[in-house]
Write a new protein. Sequence first.
Length: 430
Amino acid sequence: MNVHAFLETIRMATRTDTLSNISRRHHWLLICLGVIAVATPASVYAQEWRFEPIVRLGVESDDNATLSIRTDDDVQLDGYLLDLLASVSYISGETTMFFLEPRVLIRKYPDDEIFESDDYFLRSQFRHRMKSSTIGFRLNFDEQDVRTGERTDSDLTLDDPDEIPNDDTGLVGLAGDRSRWRISPYWNYALSSITSFDVSLDYTDTSYDDVFAGILVDYTDTRANLRLRRDYSNITTGIITLTGRRFSPDEVFGFDLEDNTGIGLLVGFEHALSEKTTLVAMVGAEYTDLGMDQSEVEPIGDLTLTRSLKTISMFARYQRAVTANGTGAVEVRDTINVNFNRRLSERIAAGFGVRAYHAEPVGRENSLLERNYVQLQTLFTWYLSEAFVIEADYRYTVLDRSNAIGERSNSNRVGLWFVYQPNTIPKLQL
């Protein structure tokens, strides 16, 4: 474990103008990186603790960074990125799990400084199991440019449906920043050896800064879930989920926007197709009160397939859900997420990802907010050693608003990353 090398990398980076424009209110994230690095080594020798610093330095080229529909207005960005991440995890047998991961991503474009940004992220999870119940929470924070925050990228590392966001608008040509907090506490209680229920809350608070007034609206979105699970066999579990939600957009030009409330029901099952493959299928409906004596009932559903082998991992999901975002209106969204990773040899790995969705506001037809979004990703990884890695990443993105304005845009983004990860164990091993 070479923690001193990691700290030296951060110190050298902060001595240059790379971090010169980080505002004082963001220093806590850098301090958090340093505190974790300094405080953890005394404990990491205990088997329960693990510390993983990762330093990534990359170059990137995007031929239409703002997804403009006008070919004479394409913004080509060529620059370099510095990605600093540190994660601390604690596992005590099957009883307690804790995870904390702060991250700073710095984007520099020498020819287009207006698009430079310092993005901040924080992820955390906690779980504690008792005799008949389990408590825990998830916490996610991000602060980044609207250009990147409102375009959700495919992420090949995600295999948990609860970690995949569904709140982007596609309005990536705007200036300004987006800050988002997401807090999700939960409680599980076993009624018997075959029956249990979960109570959870998913609270999101999103705000925008320096965005042209009225285009994107601050909002909070709160969803409460009650889930009943019953085992019918050692491979099949029945699931019933009842949800209630409130979407509260902020005022625009002094006018209050209507809160939207709703209630939904999902019924389905989880089935183990094999020891390494699991299928979850849910179907139901959600009622949304739009205010002004308007309401809608939308069919919703979820179909998820996960497969994990020694050298292969796959996650595929189709979801239809009522979601919220900064447009000030709730949407119904059909989403497809596919992640596929394979270790080709001892030193080479490859991945393929898809993120696609169709979104339209609930209760409206032919709205300017209706859109289709597709991103295809390929990733090749070369392990020079256990600590040094080279990654080549390509993404093709399409944003189609043809139903509203008759146009669509696309972009090609290429990235090359040099990664230092002294303590990271690859998820896919031979």
